[in-house]
Design a protein around this ligand. Structure first.
Ligand SMILES: CCCCCCCCCCCCC/C=C/[C@@H](O)[C@H](COP(=O)(O)O)NC(=O)CCCCCCCCCCCCCCC
Ligand SMILES: Nc1ncnc2c1ncn2[C@@H]1O[C@H](COP(=O)(O)OP(=O)(O)O)[C@@H](O)[C@H]1O
Ligand SMILES: [Ca+2]
Length: 508
């Protein structure tokens, strides 16, 4: 490279390698040239340090700088010293289990992994076992029962939010089974998972990657895995009548986002554009749904969904509330402890007609909306933000939606309510047909609805829940947040670094 000084923290060095001087090309006045014979003769020994270079919009790249010396022993000492420093970075993974979804997004999962990630893992001396999935739930089932997890320092999933969801379902289930915890019990404390999960984005929305790293970029994700980042993440559990349905880490959406998802699944051939298509269609159909949302507002915590400050790397709110949460758990396990905290807190009940009921456990920032559904939501504070969109005109709903893409506050509208909670319940007005004869109940339901709205086409009474991009089978759900249940190879979104340069005059 060129002459000059480079300052790189050891924690951001990817690898060091001895370099063949003969092959080095240097950039001189913008042109790549072979080094002059004279330089090669004077400095025949070189080594290259690969490191994390920050580019625009939270993008990371693998940069390198080559050092030359005249002495072979000196080079060996340098390379050895740097390797020793690297071996002291104990948070870095050495052996990873990789699942690739070849079917998500633009169906490029395999290519993205092979063309952008493999060489970086090799450079960083990370070995991998790779499984390309052959069907939906392949990764989940493999993790749940087969995979020898002791062998690995982490799991990587190549795909979208659905693929990530599969991986954490496998991992959480496995962890609970191994420690004898029953997932069907909605009030039981779940055991934290030790293995970290990395996401190489290759899906349609990639909101979990975007909201935890700041961008959906495969190389950036690979580098966060290599340096061994760690970010805790809250997980919501969703139950229906004391049976476990699913976990969610990003969006649990009923009404608008549930309907978009149900419609878009039929259009998978369109790739990521299916969401825009179904989005417009769902917007125009303007369905609302009736029901009751009950929740306990989280009052003892730091932070509020209307805050101007956001969750960033090393977030203080997440640290503080995480601490609070683990203390409460400890208190409850003590005989006669203060369990009144939880159960005797006041429940709020909101009944009405809703265009959308969204629970965002993280900001849900994604390329479509870089600030997300709930811009001030936290990754690991043990809460989820419930956003209620009451029945309003199409124009007003459009105003709300458009504000997700601008600086304006999407909650500052009369038909929007937002609450930060630890648990909530939803009960649809027209209850689901279960024990009784299905057809019978449907008939009754439709006649009742049609009496209520004579003009409606009665396509469906209830919506579906969109759970991180997967459809749930029930409308009535009970949701609880499990604080910091899993860990990612991420560090949260980094604040732009501030440099203070002190330039001293050369003449002393
Ligand atoms: C008019 C412009 C309105 C822009 C509104 C943008 C709000 C976007 C918020 C998106 C939150 C996404 C939360 C993440 C969910 C994902 O977990 C989940 C699964 O991801 P995966 O496919 O990678 O597995 N993704 C989704 O459920 C997709 C949600 C799709 C949102 C698309 C919204 C488009 C709305 C278009 C409205 C158009 C009105 C036009 C009027 C003429
Ligand atoms: N080999 C496979 N064939 C078909 N479906 C799969 C396969 N592997 C995973 N899936 C499923 O594909 C769905 C979409 O995956 P995802 O990675 O979320 O992509 P997208 O972001 O495009 O929705 C998920 O429901 C997942 O369970
Ligand atoms: Ca949260």
């Amino acid at each position: 490279g060129s002459f000059g000084s480079h300052c790189v923290p050891v924690s951001e060095i990817i690898a060091v390698q001895e370099t063949e001087v003969d092959n080095i090309q240097t950039k001189d006045e913008g042109k790549w040239q072979k080094m002059s014979q004279k330089t090669v003769e004077t400095y025949p020994y070189a080594f290259t340090v690969f490191y994390v270079e920050r580019a625009r919009q939270h993008r990371w790249r693998c940069g390198n700088v080559t050092f030359f010396c005249s002495d072979g022993l000196l080079r060996q000492q340098w390379v050895q010293a740097i390797k020793e420093q690297l071996s002291l970075q104990t948070c870095r993974p050495k052996h990873l289990l990789v699942y690739i979804n070849p079917y998500g997004g633009k169906q490029q999962g395999k290519q993205i992994y092979e063309q952008k990630v493999v060489q970086l893992f090799t450079l960083a001396s990370i070995s991998t076992d790779v499984i390309v999935t052959e069907r939906a739930n392949h990764a989940r089932d493999h993790l749940k029962t087969e995979a020898d997890l002791k062998k690995y320092d982490g799991i990587v999933c190549v795909g979208g939010d659905g693929m990530f969801s599969e991986v954490i379902h496998g991992l959480i289930s496995r962890t609970q089974t191994d420690s004898g915890v029953d997932q069907n019990c909605a009030h039981e404390k779940l055991v934290q998972c030790n293995l970290r999960v990395g996401i190489i984005p290759a899906g349609s929305t990639d909101c979990i990657c975007y909201a935890t790293i700041g961008i959906n970029d495969p190389v950036t994700s690979a580098l966060h895995i290599i340096v061994g980042d760690s970010q805790a993440l809250d997980v919501c559990s969703v139950h229906h009548n004391d049976t476990f349905l699913k976990y969610s880490v990003s969006l649990l959406g009923y009404g608008f986002y549930g309907d978009i998802l149900a419609d878009s699944e039929k259009k998978r051939w369109m790739g990521p554009a299916r969401y825009d298509f179904s989005g417009i269609k769902t917007f125009l159909s303007h369905h609302y749904y009736e029901g009751t949302v009950s929740f306990q507002p989280a009052t003892d915590i730091l932070g509020n969904p209307r805050d101007k400050t956001k969750c960033r790397s090393g977030c203080y709110v997440c640290q503080h509330n995480g601490q609070l949460f683990s203390e409460e758990i400890r208190d409850e396990s003590v005989e006669g402890g203060v369990s009144e905290n939880e159960d005797e807190r006041e429940w709020k009940v909101v009944k009405g007609k809703f265009l959308a009921i969204n629970a965002a456990s993280m900001s849900c920032a994604c390329p479509r909306s870089p600030k997300g559904l709930s811009p001030a939501a936290h990754l690991a504070d043990g809460t989820t933000d419930i956003i209620l969109v009451r029945k309003c005109s199409r124009l007003n709903f459009l105003r709300h939606l458009l504000r997700h893409t601008s600086k304006d506050d999407q909650f500052d509208l009369t038909f929007i309510e937002v609450h930060r909670v630890r648990k909530f319940k939803f009960t649809p007005k027209y209850c689901e047909s279960e024990d009784t004869d299905v057809k019978d109940v449907r008939k009754k339901l439709f006649s009742q609805i049609c009496r209520d709205h004579p003009a409606c086409s009665c396509t469906s009474v209830n919506s579906n829940w969109n759970c991180d991009g997967e459809i749930l089978d029930h409308a009535a759900v009970e949701v609880g947040v499990h604080c910091q249940l899993i860990k990612l190879f991420a560090r949260g979104i980094e604040e732009p670094m501030l440099y203070l340069a002190l330039v001293l005059p050369c003449k002393l």
